[in-house]
Write a protein that binds this ligand. Structure first.
Ligand SMILES: Cc1cc2nc3c(=O)[nH]c(=O)nc-3n(C[C@H](O)[C@H](O)[C@H](O)COP(=O)(O)OP(=O)(O)OC[C@H]3O[C@@H](n4cnc5c(N)ncnc54)[C@H](O)[C@@H]3O)c2cc1C
Length: 384
């Protein structure tokens, strides 16, 4: 099927060849051409509507750029996701559960979200369950959660943006000083392409997906990859989503517990109701740790279910809670929490091609994704 061409406005630098010869990693402080130079309105395509992509898009749009965001998922948010069990009886946040805001700029953004009614406090630290029992206690940092689930926050952040989803970017090609972004309808990574290819042309492309997916897209291009990128790692995460058609909260307040006990093989359990998602019943999310997730990854779904239900029963027994779900599902994050980051953004001088995300920076979490999105947009607005 012939690809359709969409152009994001005129390219004012059409006679400048891309210079993808030396890839470097830059910090937010990198300097570029003076920002008081007059600059034509320019165009960007952002791949990924997670918190990195949504933040970068909003910053660039505020800076006068025309921006399109493409995501292979139906809903924005990426790993900040809220899912229903398949009978749609109960929602749960299944990736990021809450966030901290240590950076002043991110604290200000969080305060603005609270003011808008998009976010609310969720205590100052969660109880810890380890081999010695349950330890209640907090720390100095407020935890925040999204009102209505993480996907609702992502939808708020996307509401002023041109977000096209589900669209999977399958290839990039340089054309003069710009890029053509080839994308198909649906989630082509899962083999679920639903619509023909289209081409979108933009002056800058920001790739915000997990690094292995960035590298897949870069593989056919002569784009030099800094060797440090090879060190980035993500933990796999299997999780159990369990539900009972009866809305009783079952966990001690505030409804989330960190787990550090190799015998349990889990990192986190939380109650959807206590977290503020009040649907028909009670929903419980249980995250398996990296080792258990890796061990079970290729097992049959029935085997994964049996083991994770067993772990849920063991965790609840340790909490003296009697609760048997009516319904449960096992799902997974292939690229879950980033366990090894690199300090800076990925880009190649003058190429208009950028990599950003929670793997780029010191904080591989919601805050780090937001900061990375802001940093890459800042670098572009400064003329990189
Ligand atoms: C189980 C789990 C628990 C977590 N808990 C917490 C927590 O409690 N607190 C916290 O702060 N952080 C937590 N995190 C980390 C946090 O979720 C991430 O750091 C953050 O959401 C990453 O955002 P991102 O935008 O960088 O990447 P992502 O959210 O991964 O966004 C990348 C996007 O790119 C899209 N994409 C990928 N390939 C393509 C393609 N080819 N074409 C189009 N789109 C594409 C994806 O669909 C996705 O939407 C957790 C993560 C996991 C997995």
């Amino acid at each position: 099927m012939a690809a359709m061409m969409q152009t994001l406005g005129a390219n004012p630098f059409a006679d400048r060849a891309p210079t993808a010869t030396t890839a470097v990693m830059v910090t937010d402080q990198a300097t570029g051409p003076s920002s008081d130079q007059p600059r034509a309105r320019r165009t960007a395509c952002i791949i990924g509507a997670g918190l990195t992509g949504l933040t970068a898009a909003a910053e660039l749009q505020a800076g006068g750029w025309k921006v399109v965001v493409l995501d292979k998922g139906r809903a924005p948010g990426g790993r900040a996701a809220t899912r229903y069990l398949s009978d749609r009886s109960q929602r749960c946040d299944v990736g990021a559960q809450f966030w901290t805001a240590r950076d002043p700029a991110f604290a200000a953004a969080t305060a603005a979200w609270v003011q808008a009614g998009w976010a609310e406090a969720w205590g100052q630290g969660f109880p810890l369950l380890n081999a010695n029992g349950l330890h209640v206690g907090g720390d100095a940092f407020a935890r925040w959660r999204a009102v209505g689930g993480m996907v609702t926050l992502a939808r708020h952040l996307a509401q002023e943006l041109d977000l096209r989803a589900p669209r999977t970017v399958t290839a990039l090609q340089p054309v003069g000083s710009a890029w053509e972004v080839i994308h198909v309808g649906g989630d082509a990574v899962r083999g679920e392409a639903t619509a023909p290819a289209e081409i979108l042309r933009a002056d800058a492309v920001i790739m915000t997906m997990p690094v292995p997916q960035i590298l897949t897209l870069l593989a056919p291009l002569a784009f030099p990859i800094p060797p440090e990128i090879g060190a980035v790692q993500y933990d796999r995460c299997l999780y159990l989503l369990a539900e009972k058609n009866q809305g009783e909260a079952i966990l001690p307040n505030p409804g989330g517990i960190r787990i550090e006990d190799g015998a349990l093989g889990c990192t986190w359990i939380a109650s959807a109701r206590q977290r503020g998602l009040r649907d028909r019943g009670e929903g419980i999310i249980l995250h398996a740790d990296a080792q258990l997730s890796t061990n079970l990854w290729d097992d049959e779904p029935a085997q994964q279910m049996a083991i994770l239900r067993d772990r849920l029963a063991a965790v609840l027994a340790r909490l003296d809670v009697s609760w048997t779900p009516d319904n449960a599902e096992v799902r997974r994050w292939r690229y879950g929490r980033c366990s090894q980051t690199v300090p800076e953004l990925l880009w190649s001088p003058g190429s208009g091609l950028f990599g950003a995300g929670d793997a780029f920076g010191a904080a591989p979490r919601v805050e780090g994704a937001w900061l990375s999105g802001r940093a890459v947009a800042g670098a572009i607005l400064r003329g990189h």
